[in-house]
Ligand binder design. Sequence first.
Ligand SMILES: [Ca+2]
Ligand SMILES: [Ca+2]
Length: 382
Amino acid sequence: MFKNRNYNYGIKEILLVFFILIAFSQLYGQHDWEINPPDYQFSGEVNAVVIFNEAEVSSGSLGAFLGDECRGIANEPIYFGPTGRYIFSFLTYSNSANGEVLTFKYYNDIDGQTYDINETVTFLLNMQEGDAFDPLIFNTISSELTIITIDIKVILEGAFSPGNGNLMRTTLNSEIPLNQPYEPSLPYFGNNNPKWYYTGDESVDVMPTNVVDWVLVELRDAAAPNQATVTLEKQAALLLNTGHIVGTDGQTLVFNVEIEQGLYVVVYHRNHLGVMSSQALTQLGGVYTWDFTQALDKAYVKEERAAYQNGQKSLPGGFFGMYGGDGDGDGQVLLQDLLNVLNPQSGQSGYRAGDFDLDGQVLLQDLLNILNPNSGIGSQVP
Ligand SMILES: [Ca+2]
Ligand SMILES: [Ca+2]
């Protein structure tokens, strides 16, 4: 009896310490990992140190995962006196006695970021992977995200009107929406998949008077332009009458990306054909610059279209710009742009897809000066 009471008291004490530990650990872990151990039949122990920036960490949290599913959490490492190392010691869980390959993430409480761990552990019932004296070594996969600035210059054929040091007119300025226009309701004039569809929330409080229109800037990373099909990052931005593209803050565009091979830039406009840089951009003092307006071959042309050299259009005065006339955003100037876009909007004013010359009205000139001459042209963006 006496022994029994003593025993119960001991459990309560242990539980109290346990709950204090849990409460305490929750002060540290700002990650959103969760696990409910009773959901699992089997467990196995992992003891590891984490290397971050070439040094073993002494804080933060370590999580085990199967896909997106959390399978164990060490909310903080334990200091192990004999070796002076900080060990993440925790149970991982599974309903398969063996064979599941667990991946790991490290939550860094100092920068508030989560990092993938390079190593994996194959779960085995009652396993003990590593111990305090000889822990597993987990390496964080370093993130090379860097802030870069991008200075792009481009002309929209429809707005082209050089003079007074500028390249385009801003006739449409008062009609330009304050929110980026690249997330229209679909289908967009019969097209379910506009090339430039983008759900970002870029907006301005007031549209600067030197803005021609919104454009969409997309960065790609590839070893060669014909392989540049994977998007790194996109941003809706403002095209100025000088041809320069700026962010909604009026400053040079800023991106936070990891460039592994070569940086290619794509510029889209809602009713002009997109263009991609024909070469990887190089940087000078952290600024990546590309001027599409200087030469025809600044815009990439697919290999099978090389003979035509029509990645963009030759304009009067030795300038080069994006072809107008793609009203439905499918990357081609075709009959549908006349039938589905221009014709139904004929005579309308405002911010219209069929207003290819960006003068605020859908008129015969949009057909005669832009759509007809460009009929049959397709975007060369890969
Ligand atoms: Ca089209
Ligand atoms: Ca017009």
